[in-house]
Design a protein around this ligand. Structure first.
Ligand SMILES: [Zn+2]
Length: 165
């Protein structure tokens, strides 16, 4: 995959947001930037602990901010950059928000399985099966930098500490 300079710029920004999320209480190291026509329309990190809201993933936080800023719930033509492959919830929300392209850094195989909700169902399947034919999903942008934000695929994480249990 040949990534554009713009893709790299926006993913760098998403990584910075993720690091910010890692550094603060109540937020987590997933960063997201939503861009349209060369401008950021919404961005954020995972704020689940901060908001006591299980849906406050970085992508949802960013979509809400974009919708509020634009006073429009449809984000057609927008590109969503996220440091980690979006979960099912965020992928579905992207479909409903009419986002045009999703670009992620680390994928399912690059991090510990505890970051995902389902053993087999994959974001890629949701997109492939969507009624919308105008949404694309690409992964692996700056994968090494992104994967470094998360627990490694083969790390021994006690079951009680696995976030999806
Ligand atoms: Zn999510």
């Amino acid at each position: 995959m040949a990534w554009s300079e713009d893709d790299m710029t926006w993913m760098r920004r998403a990584i910075a947001l993720a690091r910010d999320g890692e550094a603060h209480e109540g937020t987590n190291p997933v960063g997201c930037v939503i861009v349209r026509d060369g401008e950021v329309i919404g961005e954020g990190c995972n704020e689940v602990g901060l908001r006591h809201d299980a849906t406050a993933h970085a992508e949802i936080v960013s979509m809400r901010r974009a919708g509020e800023a634009l006073r429009c719930e449809e984000l057609r033509g927008a590109v969503l950059y996220t440091t980690l492959q979006p979960c099912g919830m965020c992928t579905m929300a992207s479909i409903w928000a009419k986002i045009g392209r999703i670009v992620f850094g680390a994928g399912r195989g690059d991090v510990h399985p505890m970051y995902f909700e389902d053993r087999h169902l994959d974001t890629v399947d949701f997109i492939r099966d969507a009624f919308r034919g105008d949404l694309s999903l690409e992964g692996g942008l700056m994968v090494r930098e992104c994967a470094a934000l998360y627990v490694a695929p083969d790390a021994a994480v006690p079951e009680g500490e696995q976030v999806n249990r």
